[in-house]
Design a protein around this ligand. Structure first.
Ligand code: 5AD
Ligand code: SF4
Length: 439
């Protein structure tokens, strides 16, 4: 039996795709293994959002190409750099872009049986969507990703995603509800809805109802499903984050008090150059409305430092946005020029040392706000959905509070996949510690 190992880089969308590929190959009789040294088929699911991610994956491919394995590249880099991969790493056998994964088993067979030595398919195949609802739910798995839409019609000037993932596509509500009901029947308690811009779900195809967007209608339907106890989503866009969605945090108790809302910059001038279509004030209005709805809400963000033309004043605006919004979690990225995007051709590219310096200023802020947020949770009782054993500490288990903060506590294997009440006794920058409280 062929042994397959999949390594995933990048975003949750890639994790979700890897899970679908895993499930599809398993059902075709492949033996899915957890270590690349055991495998005779290795697939890298890659990311192109920043150059560094691509360089890492290319290095890894070159290293793996020396082994006698079937070597495949899928994901955004497969689409973005297909020709370069073919030229620079001749040992690669399979290159499949997003939307072409339903044939992956056949491709592996063709290569392994030596019928073919190289297969490439980067233009989206019609079979796209065939794998949308494929999951490999493990025993006692409590949480699952559900892709509701993919692709992106925005034109953020720095971003490669519209090129690698193509135009927006939306699944039907019925499909999504059927999938989530099946997950709930298998014991899944939490769903994380995925999309490049989740809140644009059904934007063009599904009519508003009583002032509620298609996305809000979907949230309400999921909320009605028995078994599902927590709902999260990533990532929304500030454009389209309206009152109807904010009200959900008051009206839908299963919707977790946590939002990841990418700001990218605090400077209106830079937001405009990024083609983000909102202002700093508009962004802060959403943050304020969310905090008014749920004062303890966790609000996290993505920020880019060193976008072309970003001067010291622009950067200070991003710093003050951070202070005003008090993000308790943030992914801070140094701008990376991506060929083919509008920003790559802009003048005044920012030197690397300046990006590094701005990055470290924001990281320090993050540490302060993350710790302050965690400190406020001290002595509170949190319902923790337990993921499994913690990496360190004997008999230590880890899970997520409703606000998605990581909580560690002494527990036992029977807690895995269940909700456990934990009193928070101490806090660090990213993690909380506590003791189980008997209900
Ligand atoms: N350079 C740096 N960061 C980027 N992102 C997207 N494109 C780039 C780029 N070219 C960041 C954005 C986005 C996150 C997924 O990655 O902040 O929200
Ligand atoms: Fe990129 Fe903007 Fe689309 Fe997000 S919304 S994937 S940042 S183009």
């Amino acid at each position: 039996m062929r042994k397959v190992f999949i390594k995933t880089y990048g975003c949750q969308m890639n994790e979700r795709d890897s899970e679908a590929v895993h499930s599809s190959l398993k059902s075709q009789g492949y033996d899915m293994v957890d270590s690349e040294s055991l495998a005779d088929v290795i697939i890298l699911n890659t990311c192109s959002v920043r150059e560094l991610a691509e360089l890492k994956a290319l290095g890894k491919l070159a290293y793996l190409a020396r082994r006698d394995v079937v070597l495949g590249v899928i994901g955004c880099m497969a689409k973005n750099l297909a020709e370069e991969i073919k030229r620079r790493v001749p040992g690669v056998n399979i290159i499949l872009g997003p939307g072409n994964y339903s044939r992956i088993g056949d491709c592996i067979e063709d290569i392994a049986s030596r019928r073919k030595s190289f297969i490439i398919q980067v233009d989206r195949a019609e079979s796209d969507g065939a794998m949308d609802s494929m999951h490999s739910v493990r025993q006692k798995q409590s949480s699952a990703f559900v892709s509701i839409m993919s692709g992106c019609n925005m034109k953020c000037s720095y971003c490669i995603v519209p090129k690698t993932r193509g135009a927006e596509r939306h699944r039907s509500m019925d499909d999504i509800i059927t999938e989530i009901s099946a997950l709930a029947a298998k014991g899944v308690k939490e769903v994380i809805l995925l999309g490049q811009i989740v809140n644009r779900y059904g934007f063009r195809h599904i009519k508003q109802k009583n002032g509620k967007s298609a996305f809000v209608q979907l949230l309400e339907k999921i909320h009605n499903l028995p078994g599902i106890q927590r709902i999260r989503f990533i990532s929304p866009h500030p454009v389209g984050f309206r009152r109807d969605l904010i009200d959900c945090y008051k009206n839908l108790p299963k919707l977790c008090p946590q939002v990841h809302l990418p700001a990218q910059s605090g400077s209106d001038r830079i937001l405009k150059a990024m083609m983000r279509a909102y202002t700093r004030d508009g962004f802060m209005e959403i943050v304020q409305a969310l905090r008014d709805a749920v004062p303890t809400m966790s609000i996290s963000t993505d920020l880019i430092v060193g976008f072309p033309g970003e001067n010291e004043d622009d950067f200070l605006e991003t710093c003050s946005l951070f202070d005003e919004a008090r993000f308790d979690m943030a992914f801070i990225f140094k701008y990376s020029s991506r060929s083919g995007t509008a920003a790559a051709a802009m003048p005044n590219q920012v030197p690397q040392p300046v990006k590094e310096q701005r990055n470290s200023v924001l990281l320090k802020k993050l540490e302060v706000y993350s710790k302050a947020y965690n400190d406020k949770m001290l002595n509170t009782l949190q319902s923790v959905l337990v993921e499994g054993r913690a990496k360190r500490g004997e008999a230590m288990f880890q899970g997520r509070a409703a606000n998605h903060r990581k909580v560690l506590f002494p527990g036992d294997d029977s807690d895995v996949g269940e909700f456990v009440d934990v009193r928070i006794t101490s806090s660090a920058v990213t993690t909380l510690y506590g003791e189980k409280v008997q209900p």
